[in-house]
Ligand binder design. Structure first.
Ligand code: RP5
Length: 164
C-alpha cells in the first residue's frame, strides 16, 4: 500500500497544545487529508521552525496550521518563512485565557498574512476545515465531501429541532 502524501503540517508551540490540536488532525483524517504534527516553538526552537518552513513547499505541503498559546508568534514566524497559506489557532491556557494568543496571532502587519481562527477547540476544528477548503480548490471529489459534510451538519440541526 502506498504511503499517504502529507498535505497539511500542524505545528505546535508545545506538547501542552497537543490535546486541542488533535481536533485538527481528526478532521483532516475524516476528509482523507494526510497530515503530520510537529512540536516547534518560535521562542524555544526558532531554528527548527525555520528549517521546517524552508522544506515545507518542496516536501509537498499545501497548508500549515500553527497552534500556540501565550505570546503566540508561531503562526507569524512561519508565515514569514514560507509562502504556503498559514492558519493560526490561538490557544488558551494562560491567565489571559487565550486573548493574549489571539492578539499575537491575528495582528499581523500587512504583507505577511495569517488566517486566524477562534481560540481553542473550535478554532482547531475550523483550521482543519479551512485547510480542506483550500486543498479542495480544483478538486471535485474533495469539494463533494465538503458539501456532504455541510449537508450532514444541517441535518443534525433539523433532527435536534424535531426533538424539541
Ligand atoms: C507557547 O507557550 C506554547 O504554544 C504553549 O501554548 C505555551 C506554553 O508552553 P508550555 O510552557 O506549556 O510548554 O509557546
Amino acid at each position: 500500500m502506498s504511503e499517504q502524501k502529507i498535505e497539511v503540517g500542524i505545528l505546535l508551540g508545545s506538547d501542552s497544545d497537543l490535546e486541542v490540536m488533535r481536533e485538527s488532525q481528526k478532521i483532516l483524517k475524516d476528509f482523507g487529508i494526510g497530515c503530520e504534527i510537529t512540536i516547534a516553538s518560535a521562542h524555544r526552537t526558532p531554528a527548527k521552525v525555520m528549517e521546517y518552513c524552508a522544506q515545507a513547499e518542496s516536501r509537498g505541503l499545501k497548508v500549515i496550521i500553527a497552534g500556540a498559546g501565550m505570546a503566540a508568534h508561531l503562526a507569524g514566524v512561519i508565515a514569514a518563512h514560507t509562502i504556503l497559506p498559514v492558519i493560526g489557532v490561538p490557544l488558551a491556557g494562560s491567565h489571559l485565557q487565550g486573548l493574549d494568543s489571539l492578539l499575537s496571532t491575528v495582528q499581523m502587519p500587512a504583507g505577511i498574512p495569517v488566517a486566524t481562527v477562534a481560540i481553542g477547540s473550535a478554532g482547531a476544528k475550523n483550521a482543519a476545515h479551512l485547510a480542506v477548503q483550500m486543498i479542495a480548490l480544483g478538486n471535485p471529489e474533495l469539494t463533494r465531501k465538503i458539501k456532504d459534510f455541510r449537508a450532514a451538519q444541517a441535518e443534525k440541526i433539523a433532527e435536534k429541532n424535531k426533538g424539541l
